[in-house]
Ligand binder design. Structure first.
Ligand code: AGP
Length: 608
C-alpha cells in the first residue's frame, strides 16, 4: 500500500505535497518523493527512508513549481531505495507518474519497452507506466487511457507531463483515489487525510474511472471515455479520525482491511484456468522442492500461530513432514536441520530478533530458507533464500490482524506450490483449493458482518478476568491466537488449549466465572468439540461458540453463537479468527485499554 497526493492551483505545491505525504505515512514509509512542473520543466526529488529524509533534501535544495505530485512508498517490487522511490519518469524526463498497487504484467511490458530502446533506471513495476506513456501522443488523457488498457493487476495512477501541461490525470483500478475540490485549486490523493486540511469536498473514483484535474475543473470519465457525473461527498471527519478512515482505532481499521489485504496477497499468484500457483519469489524451483525432506516453520507470537496452521496446510497438501518452533527456542537448541530441510521464517515486521537469529542458525547449518513477511527489504527478507510477501500494507496496530490472515494465505500458497512440485497434489484438489482462495475475501467480509453482535456480546463478557479458548486440529492455533489477541490488548488472562486436552487438566477450571470461547465449525472433529462443550455446560461453564449458521447442536451447548460461513477446511482459520479479533477488540475498548499501543508491548521486538 502506498500514498499518492497531487496539487494543482495558485499556491506553491511543495508544502502542500509534503504535508499530504506526512498524513499518508501510515500507508507507506520506506521511501518517498515529489515532482513539480514549472515553465515546461519537470523536477523531482526523492529519498529512501522516512519522509523526514525527503524534507531535509528539500530544505537544502528547495523545489519550486506550479503543480506537482507526491508519493510515499511501501515497497512491493524493488528494494526501498532512493532510485526505486516514486515519482518515476520516462526516458525524456518530461512525463512523471506515481502509482499504488501491483502491475502483474510489468515484466513482459518491460521487455517489450526495452526492446524498443527504452532505458530503465529502477527495479519497480511502476516505471513501465512512465515509458508506456512516453510512447503515446502528447495528449496526457488519451495516453493514460491507452496505457490503462495495457496493464493487468491493480493500480491507482497519477501522471503529469510537460508535453501537456497544467493538468494531472489520475486513473483507478483497485486501490483508492479521491479528487479534492477547492476554490481555484484541486487535489488528488490515495486517501482523505492527505487533503482534508484543504477541502472537505471530495469525489471518490470507482474502478475503471479516470479524472483530468486542472486548477478549475475535474472531468471524470470511464476508461472507455464515457463521461461520469458524480456529486461531491462532504467529509465531516476530523483529520486524526481520517487517518483511521473513520474507524476508532488502527486495529479496527486493519481488521476491516483484511478482505482487501487477502485479495492483494493473491494478485498475480494464482491462475484458476491453468491451476497454477506463481511463487517465483519463493526461489524454490520444482527440483529443489522435490528434494525437501522436512519443513520447519519458525516464528514468534501471532506469527507462530500462523506457523502452526501452516504445518497442517503443508502436511495435508504437500505430504511432507512439517514441524513448528518458536524463534527463541529454535535458535538455542542446536536444531537438527540440513540441506534437505526447508526452514520457513514467518514475520510481519521481518525484524524480530529471535526469528532473525533462528534464520541465521538455520543458514549456518546449511538449511534452505524462506521467509513470509509483510515489509519489503526488512532484515529477514534480505537474508532468506526467498520471500513470499504478504501484501497487507503497513500494520500500525501492535496487535497483529491483517498480517496474520495474509500469512495464512501465503503459507497456503507455499503448501500448494510444494504439493504441485512434489506431485502430491492432484489437479482436481488444486482447483478446489484455488477456488477457495479466490472466494476467501468474500467469506471474511461475511464474518466481519458479525461486528454489531460481537459489540453487544462484549458488553456482557468484558467483566470476566479469565477466559479459556478451545479448538481442535487446524483450529487449535486459532484458539491460541484468539487468546493472545484478548490478553495483549485487554490485559485479561486468557489461554488457548486443544479441546481434546480438557480432561487432562483445564476442565478443573470450568465454572460460571470462566467463559469458554470455542471454534466449532462442522469439520472432521466437530463431534468431538460438541462433546467437549457438553462437558463445559455440565459444569455451569459459559460458552461462546464460533460455528456455522443453523447449527442447532452447537446452539444447545452455547450461550452465544457467532455464525461464520462454511469454508474449505484448510482456509477456515482465516474466516474463523475474524470474530475472535473483533471480540478482543470490543472487550478491550470497553475496558478503556489503549488498543493500538497496549502496555509493555512493541510492534516489532527487535531485541531478545
Ligand atoms: C501479535 O499480535 C503480537 N504483536 C506479537 O506476538 C507478534 O506477532 C510477534 O512479536 C512477532 O512479530 P513479527 O511477526 O513481526 O515477527
Amino acid at each position: 500500500m502506498c500514498g499518492i497526493v497531487g496539487y494543482i492551483g495558485p499556491k506553491a505545491p511543495v508544502p502542500i505535497l509534503m504535508e499530504g505525504l506526512k498524513r499518508l505515512e501510515y500507508r507507506g514509509y520506506d521511501s518517498s518523493g515529489i515532482a513539480t512542473v514549472e515553465d515546461g520543466r519537470l523536477r523531482t526529488e526523492r529519498a529512501a527512508g522516512k519522509i523526514l529524509n525527503l524534507e531535509e533534501k528539500l530544505r537544502l535544495k528547495p523545489l519550486s513549481g506550479s503543480y506537482g505530485l507526491g508519493h510515499t512508498r511501501w515497497a512491493t517490487h524493488g528494494r526501498p531505495t532512493e532510485e526505486n522511490a516514486h515519482p518515476h519518469v520516462d526516458c525524456t524526463g518530461r512525463i512523471v507518474v506515481v502509482h499504488n498497487g501491483i502491475i502483474e504484467n510489468y515484466s513482459e511490458l518491460k521487455r517489450e519497452l526495452a526492446a524498443r530502446g527504452h532505458v530503465f533506471r529502477t527495479e519497480t513495476d511502476t516505471e513501465v507506466v512512465a515509458h508506456l506513456l512516453e510512447g503515446e501522443g502528447d495528449d496526457l488523457e488519451a495516453a493514460v487511457r491507452a496505457v490503462c488498457g495495457r496493464l493487468t493487476g491493480i493500480f491507482a495512477l497519477a501522471a503529469a507531463s510537460v508535453r501537456d501541461p497544467d493538468k494531472i490525470v489520475v486513473a483507478r483500478m483497485g486501490p483508492p483515489l479521491v479528487v479534492g475540490l477547492g476554490e481555484g485549486e484541486n487535489f488528488v490523493a490515495s486517501d482523505i487525510p492527505a487533503i482534508l486540511h484543504h477541502t472537505r469536498n471530495v469525489i471518490f473514483l470507482d474502478d475503471r474511472e479516470m479524472a483530468v484535474v486542472t486548477r478549475d475543473s475535474a472531468a471524470i470519465t470511464t476508461f472507455g471515455g464515457a463521461p461520469v457525473v458524480k456529486a461531491p461527498t462532504r467529509i465531516t471527519w476530523d483529520p486524526i479520525q481520517a487517518e483511521k478512515a473513520g474507524f476508532k482505532h488502527f486495529m479496527q481499521k486493519e481488521i476491516f482491511e483484511q478482505p482487501r489485504a487477502i485479495r492483494d496477497t493473491l494478485v498475480g499468484r494464482i491462475s484458476l484456468d491453468t491451476g497454477r500457483v506463481h511463487l517465483e519469489e519463493l526461489n524454490l524451483p520444482s527440483a529443489d522442492a522435490r528434494a525437501v525432506e522436512r519443513v520447519v516453520l519458525v516464528a514468534c507470537g501471532t506469527s507462530w500461530h500462523a506457523a502452526l496452521c501452516g504445518r497442517y496446510m503443508i502436511e495435508s497438501l504437500a505430504r511432507v513432514h512439517a514441524e513448528v518452533d518458536y524463534g527463541s527456542e529454535f535458535r538455542y537448541r542446536d536444531p537438527m536441520v540440513d540441506a534437505k530441510t526447508l526452514c520457513v521464517f514467518i514475520s510481519q515486521s521481518g525484524e524480530t530478533a529471535d526469528t532473525l537469529a533462528a534464520l541465521r542458525e538455520a543458514k549456518a547449518k546449511g538449511a534452505r530458507t524462506a521467509a513470509v513477511c509483510n515489509v519489503v527489504g526488512s532484515m529477514i527478507t534480505r537474508e532468506a533464500d526467498g520471500t513470499v510477501y504478504t501484501h497487507a500494507g503497513p500494520e500500525i496496530g501492535v496487535a497483529s490482524t491483517k498480517a496474520f490472515t495474509t500469512q495464512l494465505v501465503a503459507l497456503h500458497l507455499i503448501a500448494l506450490h510444494l504439493g504441485r512440485c512434489r506431485g502430491a497434489l492432484a489437479a482436481e484438489e488444486t482447483a478446489v483449493q484455488l477456488h477457495a482462495l479466490q472466494h476467501l475475501g468474500g467469506l471474511v467480509e461475511e464474518a466481519l458482518a458479525l461486528e454489531s453482535q460481537i459489540e453487544e456480546v462484549s458488553r456482557h463478557y468484558m467483566r470476566y478476568e479469565d477466559f479459556l479458548y478451545l479448538g481442535r486440529g487446524i483450529h487449535y492455533p486459532i484458539a491460541l491466537e484468539g487468546a493472545l489477541k484478548l490478553k495483549e490488548i485487554s490485559y485479561i488472562h486468557a489461554e488457548g488449549y486443544p479441546s481434546g486436552e480438557m480432561k487432562h487438566g483445564p476442565i478443573a477450571l470450568i465454572d460460571e466465572d470462566l467463559p469458554v470461547v470455542a471454534l466449532a465449525p462442522r469439520d472432521a472433529v466437530y463431534d468431538k468439540i460438541v462433546s467437549n462443550l457438553e462437558e463445559v455446560k455440565a459444569r455451569d461453564g459459559k460458552v461462546i461458540a464460533v460455528a456455522h449458521a443453523g447449527d442447532d447442536r452447537i446452539r444447545k451447548v452455547s450461550d452465544v453463537v457467532l455464525e461464520v460461513p462454511p469454508c474449505e477446511p484448510l482456509l477456515a482459520p482465516v474466516v474463523n479468527v475474524i470474530p475472535l479479533q473483533l471480540l478482543a477488540y470490543h472487550i478491550a475498548v470497553k475496558r478503556g485499554c489503549d488498543v493500538d499501543q497496549p502496555r509493555n508491548l512493541a510492534k516489532s521486538v527487535t531485541v531478545e
